[in-house]
Design a binder for this molecule. Structure first.
Ligand code: ADP
Length: 397
């Protein structure tokens, strides 16, 4: 069935390496989304699977058959693109059945397939409509129906919702999930929109610079990002990153300390440069800290700008009083005294006010600053008691 395997697939265009040493094993019936910034190699990877381009090296198998050098029509795949190219002078029936008629399928078989596809994408009763009598969403459903009638082992979709308006995109997300359930076929989907990736996929493959960064279920990428890139890319607004140094009693950042016993994490040692990551929803006002089982010590900050979103308020915080307690690499990308916090819309937090915030230690991520690799997700460890060394530390929580 529709299992897709990429082994060491590399694609170069002259000096440009679009995809490098890509290894993927996509299971039969899985919905996998390639996500990443523009130019990261998502489409090129999909095109190598589709047969629209040949890899410079590496092999591709679909349904147990090596297809690396086969033309698209012999691969058992069907594609849906961003640009819905329907024939304007043909009605829905003719558009959907075009490929089958070209291949001289018997009339009854064509009718059976078109009816089933129209039923799945909910276009019953519209088979005689012309494309210009349909909405963007309906036209996209025609394009999907045209793929369905081919009864492929694998559907390949390249940003199929990109040209639809925001509301319709959200609607089509649920339609595609329903479609996947109904067809029970492998779907490989490309998008730069992480909300699409998060909501529809069994697993997402996060790609950057032609390299696979992580392939995992959406919530694993969110809660346990493999590296700084995934941590920053998945989640909106982005995770806060703060440069830190490992000390005997925890972490020292420019403006605050986080106490924990570093000896409990074998990957780090005193003096190491690490990056602390914490999502806006894991930063709390001090008065709300009873909702957090394991808060850090209060961190003094000043509120800057507020962004009320309706269901939450984003609060931009400035930590510290300007005097750094730790020397910061001048090349550090993000300003080191900014922290974004998300609070309940009922909160009476105001702009330009001194506050204290705490971080949920169980939701603090640590990354190796140099390699970007994740070292830990959560610091629910014992703290070091004053006057004692790390190895003798006892838990206080
Ligand atoms: P994405 O789909 O993630 O936006 P692409 O796979 O389209 O990225 O492109 C990856 C990289 O390969 C980019 O740097 C792009 O400019 C380059 N590239 C893609 N297709 C071609 C091509 N036909 N010729 C030359 N360079 C290409």
């Amino acid at each position: 069935m529709g299992r897709v395997t990429l082994s060491n697939v590399t694609k170069r265009y002259g000096d440009v390496t679009a995809v490098e040493e890509m290894n993927l094993d996509i299971q039969d019936g899985e919905f996998v989304t390639f996500v990443g910034p523009s130019g990261c190699g998502k489409s090129t990877t999909l095109e190598t699977i589709a047969g629209l381009t040949t890899p410079t090296s590496g092999t591709i198998t679909i349904a147990g058959r090596e297809v690396t050098n086969l033309p698209p029509k012999d691969r058992g795949i069907a594609m849906v693109f961003q640009n819905i190219a329907l024939f304007p002078h043909m009605d829905v029936y003719d558009n959907v059945s075009f490929g089958l008629r070209l291949r001289d399928y018997p009339k009854e078989e064509i009718d059976r397939r078109v009816e089933r596809a129209a039923d799945i994408v909910q276009l019953e009763g519209m088979l005689e409509r012309m494309p210009d009598e349909m909405s963007g969403g309906q036209r996209q459903r025609v394009a999907i129906a045209r793929a369905i009638v081919r009864e492929p082992e694998v559907f390949l979709m390249d940003e199929p919702l990109a040209n639809l308006d925001a509301k319709l995109r959200v609607h089509m997300r649920t339609e595609l999930q329903r479609l996947h359930k109904e067809l029970d076929t492998t779907i490989i989907y490309v998008t730069h929109d992480q909300a699409e990736a998060m909501t529809m996929s069994d697993r997402i493959a996060v790609i950057d610079g032609g390299h696979l960064q992580q392939i995992a279920p959406p919530l694993t990428c969110y809660n346990e990002p493999a590296n700084l890139f995934v941590a920053g890319f998945i989640g909106s607004p982005s995770m806060n990153f703060v440069e830190a140094e490992v000390t005997a009693s925890g972490l020292l950042t420019r403006d605050f300390d986080v106490e924990f016993d570093p000896t409990q994490l074998s990957e780090i040692a005193e003096g190491d440069a690490v990056t602390l990551g914490v999502r806006p929803e894991d930063v709390y006002l001090r008065e709300d800290r009873e909702t957090v089982a394991n808060p850090t010590q209060p961190i003094p900050a000043r509120t800057d700008v507020l962004e009320p979103m309706g269901d939450e308020i984003f609060v931009y915080l400035l930590t510290g009083d300007g005097d750094a307690q730790m020397e910061i690499d001048a090349e550090a990308e993000a300003p080191q005294n900014q922290l974004l916090m998300s609070v309940d819309p009922a909160s009476d937090v105001a702009a330009d006010t001194d506050v204290e915030v705490v971080l949920d230690r169980e939701r603090i991520h640590l990354f190796d600053t140099e390699s970007g690799e994740a070292l830990s997700h959560g610091l629910e460890f014992a703290t070091v008691e004053p006057g004692r060394t790390g190895t003798e530390a006892e838990g206080d929580d």
